[in-house]
Ligand binder design. Structure first.
Ligand SMILES: [Zn+2]
Length: 292
């Protein structure tokens, strides 16, 4: 590092975007965290889940893979979480700025976030690949059918029937499979149109090797590196006319690259920015707007 610093980094990235026909953006948990959806946020957690705070829990991150609850408690948690993140959380200035930055370009988004923030903030659904699905559909946990159902009516009913003393949904309002009456869960990648989403993204990425490309990755960590991080590195490695920007608050060092978080093999066409996505998009957006 230190070859570029501060504003010069943003200028270089803005130049690359201007000279690129195509832009590919990858958004991970860190991007939504910068927009306010943060799984380590203890304050929001205490507002949404006061009963769990009393039991010694502090953040939603602790509930990933959590199984120590009754079906009623599970749905009180999930209905509250999904309602907050997917249906009530407002469009984000961070995402909106990104959308303005890519205007006039042939762009595509891949995200591991299930919160729907790209589309909610103005991105065209046909240019967004939600690689881990989203919260929009429920399925039968036993998979008695491939059919999935819109989440909203189920969680509205569950939310209206939460016993707040126990923070548990009463039995009669727990979402049940319309076919077999079994337990339900979020469909994520099992939704009926997922293959269509995946094919559309693959078709786009298969056709981008011939022209100048800027790839920007925001807040992608190592929980699921096979979704965005590794494919991006391989794409950058394979592309002859590409510039790669990796924005992340926390760094992992690779040796001999000059830029932390950038593998050696792609160091000459990459740059990393150690910072918050909200701050970065703000600066980049200003620069690109002022030059237009
Ligand atoms: Zn079923």
């Amino acid at each position: 590092m230190n070859e570029y610093s501060g504003d010069r980094v943003i200028e270089i990235i803005a130049e690359s975007i201007k000279s690129s026909e195509r832009i590919l953006i990858g958004g991970g948990a860190g991007l939504s965290a910068s927009a306010g959806i943060d799984y380590t946020d203890t304050k929001t957690f205490s507002q949404l889940f006061p009963r769990w705070v009393e039991k010694g829990y502090r953040m939603q991150y602790e509930f990933i893979g959590f199984e120590e609850w009754t079906e009623g408690e599970r749905w009180a948690y999930w209905a509250t979480h999904m309602n907050h993140v997917f249906y009530e959380f407002p469009a984000s200035p961070v995402y909106k700025r990104l959308h303005e930055i890519v205007q006039g370009k042939d762009f595509y988004i891949i995200t591991s976030n299930a919160d729907g923030m790209f589309i909610k903030s103005g991105f065209e659904p046909e240019r967004v690949f939600q690689a881990q699905g989203n919260y929009d559909r429920l399925m039968c946990m036993k998979r008695c059918t491939a059919e999935t159902w819109h989440t909203k009516p189920y969680i509205d009913r569950a939310l209206a029937a939460i016993d707040h003393e126990r923070f548990s949904v009463v039995d009669s309002a727990i979402p049940r499979c319309p076919r077999c009456n079994g337990k339900m869960t979020v469909a994520f990648r099992m939704r009926e149109d997922y293959e269509e989403w995946a094919d559309r993204y693959e078709n786009w990425t298969n056709g981008i090797m011939d022209k100048r490309l800027t790839v920007m990755e925001f807040g992608v960590g190592f929980n699921t590196p096979g979704v965005i991080r590794r494919p991006f590195e391989y794409l950058v490695y394979s592309h002859d006319n590409v510039f790669f920007v990796r924005v992340n608050r926390s760094y992992v060092s690779y040796a001999n690259t000059g830029h932390p978080q950038i593998p050696y093999e792609i160091k000459n066409k990459s740059i990393s920015v150690n910072g918050d996505a909200a701050d970065f998009t703000n600066r980049l957006h200003k620069l690109i707007k002022q030059d237009k």
